[in-house]
Design a protein around this ligand. Structure first.
Ligand SMILES: Cc1ncc(COP(=O)(O)O)c(C=O)c1O
Length: 407
């Protein structure tokens, strides 16, 4: 019986709680409603063509840029580039920079726990254009030591890319401090931050942080998948990495996906309505779930920091002596949907590079489970999860071959 058959055969659990928001978000009805008219009633035209429906398409596109620009403190909507995903925005930041600066080359500095959509393009920039790529280590909670960081920056550093919040372990990096160090040491450094897991949950302004490039992903804030943003500070030189017919975006060719952009705009509006109350709610639910797990399940390691320095929505724990894949299946039978490691790693059963970078052993990384809470969860969801998790882990440990050896 395949896993799919097993999950189908098991029938509907008494309650379903979706915690896999790292990999794809829930899209609320308001966002779906905002998208629908753009398929066939308004704005279905090409946004750079001058007729009524083209103009309507341009309008929603421009309003989205205006809104995003306001929420991050950019100086103009022209600094907002809309792509089709966070992955594309990160690729544009790294490869677009490398392509534009290929004759100067230099060093690209990333942290050891960046998303692969930063690490892989940095490696490609090295292979294609000869940039030297350096990966800064992090401590056991995922933080970069400012002194170590400073030692990495020199006159040859051309680009730094450090994420604001780690997508797996929730570490909130002090980007303002790191950007200051980088620019004080070498004023020519361009600083990129991947804020996919920060936007809509942590308040920031690009002018305050001092960053030049910043990434956002729509599905991380309950928008539709397939929209990404790259903030490009005016004057920063990037080259388009895709070639083709330009529309409104001068760095991203192809026709913009107007219905998804309209959905993303609504998701931004919702994320910034009652921002503080929503973040407090996430923190309460996060702490309730974490405390409940630690109090009721033995042999659990928390991955990443605890408290204020952790993203309000992130819980990542390693259940020792069980495989993450077995946990996701057992939880799924009970209506609890989580991921093991990250989506990029879970199917190939490689331990996550993030967990290895914070010093987790392979077997600890394998039993890691990521839960993300949102403003759409409630206390009953957490209570239901806590009613199932101890029993589920206990059952798996009884049949696991990874049990601790008795001395
Ligand atoms: C930190 C981070 N950056 C970038 C991305 C890529 O975004 P997208 O899924 O929109 O391609 C993700 C997605 O999981 C992420 O977590």
């Amino acid at each position: 019986m395949s896993i799919r058959d097993l999950l189908k055969a098991h029938g509907k659990p008494p309650r379903e709680v979706y915690f896999d928001l790292e990999n794809s978000g829930l899209v609320p009805p308001e966002v779906v409603d905002a998208m629908l008219p753009y398929f066939n009633r308004i704005g279905y035209g090409h946004p750079s063509i001058t007729h009524k429906v083209g103009w309507e398409a341009y309008e929603i596109l421009y309003e989205t840029k205006e809104l995003v620009s306001k929420t991050i403190g950019a100086s103009s909507p022209e600094e907002i580039v809309i792509t089709h995903s966070g992955t594309e925005a990160n690729n544009l930041a790294i490869m677009g920079f490398a392509l534009a600066n290929r004759t100067k080359k230099g060093k690209i500095i990333v942290s050891a726990i960046e998303h692969l959509s930063v690490i892989f393009p940095a490696e490609t920039a090295s292979e294609l254009f000869g940039f030297e790529v350096l990966r800064i280590p992090v401590d056991t909670e995922g933080f970069i030591d400012p002194e170590i960081f400073q030692a990495y920056i020199d006159k040859d550093t051309s680009l730094v890319s450090i994420q604001m919040v780690n997508h797996e372990i929730g570490t909130i990096q002090n980007i303002k401090e790191l950007a200051e160090i980088a620019k004080d040491t070498n004023p020519n450094v361009i600083f990129h931050t991947d804020a996919a897991d920060a936007y809509g949950r942590i308040k920031f302004r690009v002018d305050d942080l001092g960053v030049d490039l910043l990434t956002i992903s729509s599905h991380k804030i309950h928008g539709p998948r397939g929209v990404g943003i790259l903030y490009v500070r005016e004057g920063v030189k990037l080259s388009p990495i895709l070639r083709g017919q330009l529309s409104v975006e001068k760095l991203w060719p192809g026709v913009e996906n107007i219905p998804l952009i309209a959905g993303f705009k609504k998701a931004v509006e919702l994320a910034f309505t009652n921002f503080d109350a929503n973040v407090s709610k996430m923190m309460i639910l996060r702490d309730m779930l974490l405390r409940g797990i630690l109090d009721n399940v033995p042999d659990v390691l928390v991955n990443g920091p605890i408290g204020e320095k952790r993203a309000p929505d992130n819980i990542n724990v390693s259940f020792l002596y069980v495989e993450g894949e077995a946990i996701t299946i057992e939880f799924s039978l009970r209506g609890i949907y989580v991921s093991s490691g990250s989506a990029c790693t879970s199917r190939i059963l490689e331990p996550s590079h993030v967990l290895l970078a914070i010093g987790r052993k392979h077997e600890e990384a394998h039993g890691s489970i990521l839960f993300k809470v949102s403003r759409y969860h409630n206390r009953e969801d957490i209570a239901y999860a806590l009613s199932q998790i101890p029993e589920a882990i206990d059952r798996l440990r009884k049949i696991s071959s990874l049990k601790p050896r008795k001395i």
